[in-house]
Each structure stands twice: as C-alpha cells, then as structure tokens.
Design a protein around this ligand. Structure first.
Ligand code: DGL
Length: 285
C-alpha cells in the first residue's frame, strides 16, 4: 500500500471520496471554511460514474475506500458524493460505529423553505433518486411543494472531462431544466457534487430569478463542527493529498480546470491499495 500520508501529531485528518472530480466541489468548500486542514481525497475514477450503477455496487466501493482512508489515518470521513451517501452512508455508520461521517443529501429542505412558486427542481443521479435517503427528505420536508426531478444523463461524464461550457453539456442541462422552467420552478437543488462546476451555465439557462442551491458550504460547516470533536488539539498545518484510482495526469489537468489548483496527484489502484483486506488489523472496527 502506498503510504498516503502521516497526519501531523494532534491533527485530525479528513478523508473524503467521490466517484470522481465531483467531490472537489466539497473539498473547495472545506478548504475555504477550514484553512490549512489536511485532507486525503480519493476520486474513484476507475468506477465513475456511480450514479448508473446499483446501490449495492456503490456500497461496496464506498466501504473499501473508507477502509483505505481509515488505514491512512483519517479521523473523519466526508462522503463527498450524493450517490455514495444514498447507497452507503447508513451502512458505513453501522460498519464503522466510532468513525464520524459527514454525508450528502439533496438540499430539498432549504429549497422547500425558500420557494415562493411552490415548485422546485432537483438534479441528481438515478441511484440517488432510488435511495431511501431521497424519498425520506422529500417525505419529511417537501409535502406541500411540487418536486420535479431529472437525472441529467451524461452530465457527470462531461464534467469529468472538464467540458463545463461545451455544446453537449449545455444540451443536457437545457433538456433537464426546460420542462422544469415551464412548470414554474424558482429553485434548483444540485443533488450531485459534480454539478456545482456547471453553476454558471445552469444560472445562464434558468435566469437570475431562479435560485441554485449547492450544498457544499453546509457540508463544510458540518465537517468543521464534527472535526472540533475529533481534533481536540486543534488544526496543525498539513498537506492535502489528491488521489485517483484512474489516470493521474488527466486528473491533475481536470483539477487545474475545475479549481485552478496546480497540485501533484497520486495514483492508487484497486486490488493493490484498495479492496485488499488486511483482516483484523482494520481500524475503525
Ligand atoms: N458526484 C456524485 C454524486 O454526488 C456521483 C456522480 C456519479 O458518479 O454518477 O452523486
């Protein structure tokens, strides 16, 4: 196993993962909200997209990546992926009961509170819409609101490729948002961590009168709250490490496009770094 990082003494290390570059929208929010916080980020680009795979498969990937992050010393796990949260958050909390987790759920609650037209749109992956988490937030918070859904097929792939303003990206978003606009939405919930990277295009399509909700800042605040409990000695300076199970160089270039961060990346591999069982030496159990 590659020694991903040794956290400085007294520092809680955040472990984060997503199917790909989407979780970087959450990492950006955490970097802004908790300056100097070291993070280990895994983009499982060997398996992207998660959103069209079964909940069971995504649960398996999520558990193995979590094991890896814990082995590398993470003290708090941020599931920076709505699909993985839908598929695995409940399971992860059961398997690793002493590990604090921050997960994602579509921000239907603030949308339902803020809408004036009473119609909100949610963009997320098919797996997220299938999960019990989504059904539960709609049931709990949006009873009096009309909630329209769209899965934006192909959008994650365009964002993975860094095509934030491309023809196809625009066509996918117009197809998703056109019918929602026709039905009177005034709020759009981004229920996939990839989508904040196309907020400028979404805003251009829906116009200034429609509010677009990105949950990343709320997730960063929650991570900071939980970290305060884990990290009793305070945050020491450390290094954020970005890893991919895909190809390093394209990942590095996409990070540059999406975040304007020119950073080194590490390649890790399934069957070698991940998904390899080390028996009862596993932390978190
Ligand atoms: N970024 C992820 C999410 O929040 C996963 C998208 C995908 O891989 O399909 O749902």
């Amino acid at each position: 196993m590659k020694p991903a990082a040794t956290p400085p003494a007294g520092t809680a290390l955040i472990g984060m993962f997503d199917s790909g570059v989407g979780g970087l929208s959450v990492l950006r929010a955490i970097a802004g909200h908790i300056p100097g916080q070291p993070v280990l980020f895994v983009a499982d680009q060997a398996h992207v997209p998660y959103g069209t795979q079964s909940l069971e498969t995504v649960r398996h990937y999520s558990e193995e990546i979590t094991r890896y992050l814990l082995r590398c010393g993470a003290g708090l796990i941020v599931v920076a992926c709505n699909t993985a949260s839908a598929a695995a958050l409940h399971h992860l909390r059961q398997v690793f009961p002493q590990v604090p987790f921050v997960g994602m759920e579509p921000a239907v609650k603030p949308a339902a509170e803020q809408t004036r037209s009473g119609v909100v749109g949610v963009l997320a992956t098919p797996a997220t819409f299938q999960g019990a988490l989504y059904a539960s937030v709609v049931e709990r918070f949006a009873r009096d609101v009309k909630v329209l859904q769209h899965t934006c097929p192909g959008l994650v792939e365009e964002i993975e490729a860094g095509r934030l303003q491309g023809e196809r990206t625009r066509a996918i978003l117009e197809e998703a948002l056109g019918p929602m606009l026709a039905q009177g939405i005034d709020t759009v919930v981004l229920g996939c961590t990839h989508y904040p990277f196309v907020i400028p295009l979404i805003q251009e399509i829906v116009g200034p009168g429609v509010r677009v909700i990105d949950p990343a800042p709320a997730v960063a605040r929650q991570a900071k709250r939980l970290l305060a409990r884990v990290d009793r000695a305070g945050t020491a300076p450390g290094r954020t490490i970005l890893m991919t199970t895909g190809q390093g160089e394209p990942f590095r270039r996409t990070i540059l496009t999406l975040l304007a961060w020119d950073v080194p990346v590490e390649q890790i591999a399934w069957g070698q770094d991940l998904g390899r069982h080390v028996g009862d030496a596993d932390p978190g159990r």
